[in-house]
Design a protein around this ligand. Structure first.
Ligand SMILES: Cc1ncc(COP(=O)(O)O)c(C=O)c1O
Length: 400
């Protein structure tokens, strides 16, 4: 029996809640149906040319062998300089570990600092992999719900009200996936002070730090002061900023002892990340940032359009994201409505309805631990967004 073979920890992982929708979307695609997907959280832009050229040069130069597990010294130095330049944080290269995307960095953080009996406090909605990664580390994810009327921004009162002595770490993701919300500086300071006083680590996932609109500013927890820096582990990635999702370059920075332990773990799990991608990452961080500015400007226009269109459709209501490329849309008013004999009763049903009747794929809120909503991605061309939202609007009008 296969079920007896699977370890308890892996058997305990839920399949990704996004899988159901992707599976159905792919099935329809194979049947020749033109599906517009607002489901995949990745840039539609190509990786900038200067970065690709650096990778090609690395291949030509034969830079194709194992490297140091935590990354080549030039890349760790480039990341340390980036932290100083952009975030105002002084990290030594030895405090930086280059990982296979932000995802591996997060996994290694949980695996390194958490164990059975520990809890990790997370504001919901949140990124799909946190809970399962924390469970794999033997710890327990504990969620509290941020409020739609606060634009899903977490605040101090919520952290205080949900605090327990078992909490080992607090997980912050600003800008947030799936809402795009950015935590207010005052709240961040209050939360950080409260946690640091209680010896709680702050794991800060900053992968969307550059995708910010309306002149808002990203603030790294570790830049708030020495104590905050000692108690935080910053996770970041080149995936979203530089349209490099497939290259798998992310990193973690934090106290030396933690980074060293994570390095030991990585050394036995995957070793170094791809050598060629490391050379490309140096160019991404040190080279011209013009392509990032162009992409962010374009995302900003698409955000404007998508938010206005979604809020113009009766029965749905979306938030105004401060950053990232997501809108989190309230679909509760569609519950109880009917199409082809099906009654909509949940956000999963809404996602199915959009897929079957509008041929549009979105991710239901339950995947982010927050039901009643669906996530739309606006990292798509304006034409695709327009066509997709026309279809959604038409399908909703036809509901009974
Ligand atoms: C909030 C958040 N963190 C981390 C990641 C991981 O990204 P990557 O592993 O490509 O760096 C993602 C990807 O969607 C994300 O949305």
């Amino acid at each position: 029996m296969i079920s007896n073979v699977i370890s308890k920890s892996v058997a305990g992982i839920s399949p990704s809640a996004t899988e159901g929708t992707s599976f159905m979307a792919n099935k329809l695609k194979r049947e020749g149906i033109d599906i517009i997907s607002f489901a995949q959280g990745e840039p539609d832009f190509d990786t900038p040319d200067n970065i690709k050229k650096a990778a090609i040069a690395a291949i030509k130069a034969g830079f194709t062998k194992y490297t140091d597990v935590p990354g080549i010294p030039e890349l760790r130095k480039a990341v340390a300089e980036k932290f100083k330049r952009e975030n105002g944080i002084e990290y030594e290269p030895s405090q930086i570990l280059i990982c296979n995307g932000g995802k591996q960095a997060l996994y290694e953080v949980f695996r390194t600092i958490c164990e059975e009996g520990d809890q990790v406090l997370i504001p919901a909605p949140c990124y799909v992999s946190y809970a399962e990664q924390i469970k794999l580390a033997g710890a327990e994810p504990v969620f509290f719900k941020t409020k739609e009327e606060n634009n899903f921004r977490p605040n101090f009162e919520e952290v205080e009200a949900n605090f327990t002595p078992k909490i080992k770490a607090f997980l912050l993701n600003s800008p947030n996936n799936p809402t795009g919300s950015i935590i207010e500086k005052e709240q961040l300071k209050k939360i950080a002070t409260f946690l640091v006083e209680r010896g709680v680590y702050i794991i800060t996932d900053e992968v969307y730090e550059h995708l910010i609109y309306d002149d808002r500013k990203h603030i790294s927890v570790a830049s708030l002061g020495e104590k905050e820096k000692e108690m935080s582990i910053t996770v970041n990635s080149l995936s979203k900023t530089y349209a490099m999702t497939g290259w798998r370059v992310g990193y973690a920075a934090g106290p030396k002892g933690i980074i060293k332990a994570m390095n030991n773990l990585q050394g036995h799990a995957t070793g170094n990340i791809n050598s060629i991608a490391q050379k490309a990452a140096i160019e991404a961080l040190n080279g011209s940032q013009e392509s990032v500015r162009i992409m962010v400007k374009e995302y900003g226009k698409r955000r404007e359009y998508m938010v206005n269109r979604l809020n113009g459709i009766e029965g749905i209501k979306c938030n105004y994201p401060d950053g990232a490329f997501y809108t989190f849309t309230n679909v509760i008013a569609l519950y109880g409505k009917e199409y082809d004999g099906n009654i909509i009763r949940s956000d999963v049903d809404v996602a199915k309805f959009f897929l079957n009747k509008a041929h549009v794929a979105v991710v239901p809120g339950v995947a982010f631990n927050y039901s009643g909503y669906v996530r739309f991605v606006f990292a798509k061309s304006m034409e695709v967004i327009k066509e997709g939202l026309d279809r959604v609007e038409k399908a909703i009008k036809e509901l009974k």
